[in-house]
Design a protein around this ligand. Structure first.
Ligand SMILES: [Zn+2]
Length: 518
């Protein structure tokens, strides 16, 4: 997305980019495995008292007490790009217990589901969302994810206190609230006064170290770096995070070069704009211009004008040979990228009609806020629109080069009530469709939402494979997703932590959301 447009969007909206709690890449030695389900135990269903659909199906019992046997199913191996037809899968206690053509002794209490030749894929992950931008957002967000086959989300920044986020996380893990697996990656750190309310602030290396100690003590899954940090503070943050065994994810600060972030071993980067910028022969000059303005005490408007001007400069100075070098370095470093390409749709007017089902499934007040006239769109001249289109085209071209160079991609959206026209659940499928439109195969796109995130997060029980010992987060489809992603739009069933949501259950979630949205 146009870098400047995104930048201004972040500043004016309230929850856009919150903390990322990514997780940890393998290349950092000595890190403990992150287990998102191991956080404190729940303290009751506060959420259910506030809430609607999320609670309707969520009973008091933990996951699957009974076993589930899925028969006659084609198991999709996303890594290999193959389908094994005629298989059965036995699920017990939320985990895949057995997979095979014949399951000899499934047990007496088993619930049977005849898949009748359907296809089974690992549940999807959206690696960049914000579900805590309002007190009741999870009530809509959680069912929207499950309905769309998204059984795992990484929250990148929240308006809720960490203890309340962890409470919901625990309730989901315990099966008291029905929802996707939740990773809390929203401990964002910015320079004072902070781009968002409630951020951790650091203006010196010492402050960065103190902030990381707090983040570790509070139990976040990662440290999220943010846009306005200066370079010495950023470098101290990276070092302190790694010393604590926490990954460093987030925005590469606006005054820090992409190459510096690679050298600092930043583990994950959010959004994509910094990559085309690093492919510009003017990256260093652009960084210097901003450093100069900040050190001279320029006001916010001036600083944002400088950042906004970067789009055109990048278009004029993007260099293919340089880009190959940059991407090769990124790929070698293992830095994972959460591109959130779907964010750009807002600026080119690609958005659903007011009466589209996905619009009607969000609360009326949120919908109303989204449809309010937007000064940024009103101010769009033909020239700005053309610049946006060119910037998007360059971004997509660079994305394909990055993918082909081996830069690891985590499918991601920035979905939040605070971000107009970015939808929990639906937008992840839009993002995957975009990857295919840009040139990835359906298998490659699926990989970014299944195998890649579960490995990056270092989960002990998920790696994108459908095999014994893996957590039973699965999606049943009525056609082969390796040929087209279209069947993702209507899952035949979703299994989350071993619990089966058949089509009737998914329809019920949908109708509850529609009712809630009236
Ligand atoms: Zn965000």
């Amino acid at each position: 997305m146009p870098f400047s447009l995104i930048a201004s969007r972040k500043i004016t909206r309230s929850t856009e980019d919150q903390p990322d709690i990514a997780t940890r890449p393998k290349r950092i030695a000595g890190r403990a495995r992150f287990d998102p389900d191991s956080r404190r135990t729940s303290n009751a269903s506060l959420l259910c008292m506030l809430a609607l659909p999320a609670c309707l199906i969520g009973g008091s019992s933990a996951h699957a007490e009974t076993s589930l046997l899925i028969t006659d199913v084609g198991i999709v191996d996303v890594e290999a790009g193959t389908v094994s037809a005629g298989q059965s899968v036995l699920i017990r206690d939320g985990m895949i217990a057995e997979v095979g053509a014949v399951i000899a002794a499934p047990g007496e209490d088993v619930t049977r589901y005849d898949a009748d030749g359907q296809y089974l894929i690992p549940g999807l992950w959206d690696s960049h969302v914000h579900i805590f931008s309002s007190p009741t957002e999870p009530d809509s967000a959680l069912p929207l994810y499950l309905m769309n086959g998204v059984t795992g989300i990484r929250d990148m920044g929240a308006m809720w206190p960490i203890a309340d986020q962890q409470s919901l996380q625990s309730q989901i893990a315990a099966g008291d609230v029905l929802g996707p697996r939740l990773i809390l990656s929203g401990a964002w750190v910015d320079a004072a006064p902070g781009s968002w309310p409630g951020m951790f602030l650091a203006d010196t290396p010492d402050q960065a170290r103190a902030v990381v100690a707090r983040i570790a003590a509070e139990g976040w899954a990662a440290v999220k770096t943010y846009s306005m940090l200066d370079e010495p503070t950023y470098l101290a943050l990276a070092e302190a995070a790694h010393a604590q065994g926490l990954p460093l994810v987030g925005h590469i600060p606006e005054r820090v070069a992409l190459g510096t972030a690679i050298d600092a071993r930043q583990d994950g980067m959010e959004h994509f704009g910094r990559i085309p910028m690093a492919c510009s022969t003017a990256e260093a000059q652009m960084l210097d211009d901003l450093r100069g303005a900040v050190s001279e005490g320029a006001d916010r408007a001036h600083i944002f004008a400088i950042m906004a001007a970067r789009n055109r400069i990048v278009l004029e100075t993007w260099d293919e040979a340089l880009c190959h070098d940059v991407l090769a370095r990124m790929a070698a470093s293992g830095m994972h990228v959460s591109p959130t390409l779907v964010v750009a749709d807002f600026y080119i007017g690609a958005r659903p009609a007011p009466d589209a089902p996905r619009m009607r499934m969000i609360p009326a007040d949120v919908r109303e806020a989204w449809t309010r006239p937007d000064f940024r769109l009103d101010a769009m001249t033909d020239e700005v629109r053309e610049l946006a289109n060119e910037t998007i085209a360059l971004s997509r071209r660079t994305f394909l080069m990055a993918y082909r160079a081996g830069v690891p991609i985590l499918a991601s959206t920035d979905a939040s009530f605070a971000n107009p026209y970015l939808f929990h659940g639906f937008s992840l499928l839009d993002e995957l469709d975009l990857y295919v439109a840009i040139g990835l195969t359906p298998r490659e796109a699926l990989y970014t939402a299944t195998v890649a995130p579960s490995r990056f997060f270092g989960l002990a029980d998920q790696d994108g494979a459908i095999a014994p010992g893996r957590r039973a987060d699965l999606v049943l489809l009525d056609a082969n997703p390796l040929e087209s992603l279209a069947p993702l739009r209507r899952p035949q069933a979703v299994i989350v932590a071993g619990r089966l949501l058949d089509r009737a259950a998914l329809d019920k979630m949908e109708s509850d959301l529609l009712m809630n949205g009236e």
